[in-house]
Write a protein that binds this ligand. Sequence first.
Ligand code: HEM
Length: 523
Amino acid sequence: MENKKAVQLKKFSINNEEKAPLTTNQGLKVSEDEFSLKAGLRGPTLMEDFHFREKMTHFDHERIPERVVHARGVGAHGIFQLYDSLVEYTKADFLTDTSKTTPVFVRFSTVQGSKGSSDTVRDVRGFATKFYTDEGNFDLVGNNMPVFFIQDAIKFPDFVHALKPEPHTEIPQGASAHDTFWDFIGQNHESAHMVMWAMSDRAIPRSLRMMEGFGVHTFRLINADGDAHFVKFHWKPKLGVHSLVWDEAQRIAGKNPDFHRQDLYEAIEKGDFPEWELGLQIIPEKDEFNFDFDILDPTKLWPEEEVPVKIVGKMTLNRNVQNFFAETEQVAFHPGHVVPGIDFSNDPLLQGRLFSYTDTQLSRLGGPNFHQIPINQPVCPFHNNQRDGMHQMTIHQGQTSYHRNGLNANQPEPAPVELGGYESYQEKIDGRKIRGRSESFLDFYSQAKLFYNSLAPFEQKHLKDALSFELGKCKSGMVKNNAVALLNHIDRQIAEEVAGNIGAELPEENLEVKSDKKSPALS
Ligand code: HEM
């Protein structure tokens, strides 16, 4: 079956291997490309050398800003095939029509390092998928871990400032072994669960083909009758989950910083296509409060024994990019790119992400028309009254560009819901305007402990070794002590061992508390 995205991208491609005369950007054939125009053979270059100026100016502007996070990444194309219709839960056509094959583009990334950093560092991995559906693009912008460090988007700039290389030295690149990162963690116990994942073997995947993916947030599925279910999205790799060991990861980082991107590229080139199954955890709306955690809290997972993962389809990555910049670098993912049948929840981290992505892409990709960049275009028609702006690539014709429009009946107008118009789920909201978080978010340690207890003894050892290695690199005694105080709330024995390894103070006892914070009282 023809892949609609591949066909669309082909229209934008130019084959540089075809013999064609060299021209300027104005189409002027160039007769000489090795010597600039000079006043005399040994004289200065002339200002009038338009060919030199055009070539050099373009080169001078070849780079665009790297992503503020997830700068280092690698992408590939593929397809998604649904196994059984999910019509009971959603009206999204790519999740209900099993005859459809949906083109996808995936970008894997590390979070902390710059565009040129190493692949095998200890870090969270981004796992972002763009589904080019017939109803518009749906982006599942996830990670390879099921939870996150913070509960509210307003803390994200602080978290990233602490995580990134320290501003006075730009060190370290691609590792969590530094004071600002651990200072943040020690002061923000809501990170306890995620930090255990980040110190586990999950943070040093053996191959991108051997990682799970998680949407992390709670979303909603809405069916044709308007009924809603809460949902979490999962990717399960057919090759299973495998990690490097720390020593291996460090050596590879030095010997081949491109280890992961090369592995993915080569596997696809030789036809060994990586596959993931899409899994859904689904909770009916009526059960929202039946758990001992808040299902809107992004630092909590939904235990699979309580909410089983339903496998619904398969993604296969079967085509490498033709041009890294045009595809992998220019792709713009956004958790707010949804299609009818999928909607958001009130997870306060997700709510903030809905603002952040377009905002950052406006500067990264140079203005409001980056949806016209080939990799970002939907495969279905897109048609509205938005006009002009930097890098406009479309010649909109006609007199009018507004709704409601009496002069030209063929102008774009909202489609009724029955014809595919997107309708936000009519959730009932009744509350007071307040800065704070619900009491139900204030259990920071239980799932961190649960995760640790779920590990095999050798995995627990790796985790304690990682904590000792990373914290051992910190210079501040206060930072080390605070981190041990956090570990002490999770598991006394981890705290004892790590404190011993790094020479930090051990709190006298492990007090049975769930959180170090209080929720602001409603007046
Ligand atoms: C990339 C913001 C949390 C996954 C980005 C980018 C920004 C951002 C500004 C760069 C986008 C670009 O330049 O195109 C935020 C904010 C968050 C947040 C404000 C929390 C409030 C998360 C979480 C996940 C995640 C929880 C995982 C579930 C990703 C991924 C990318 C990314 C995978 C890279 C996308 C790509 O490959 O192009 N994020 N992020 N982020 N974020 Fe987040």
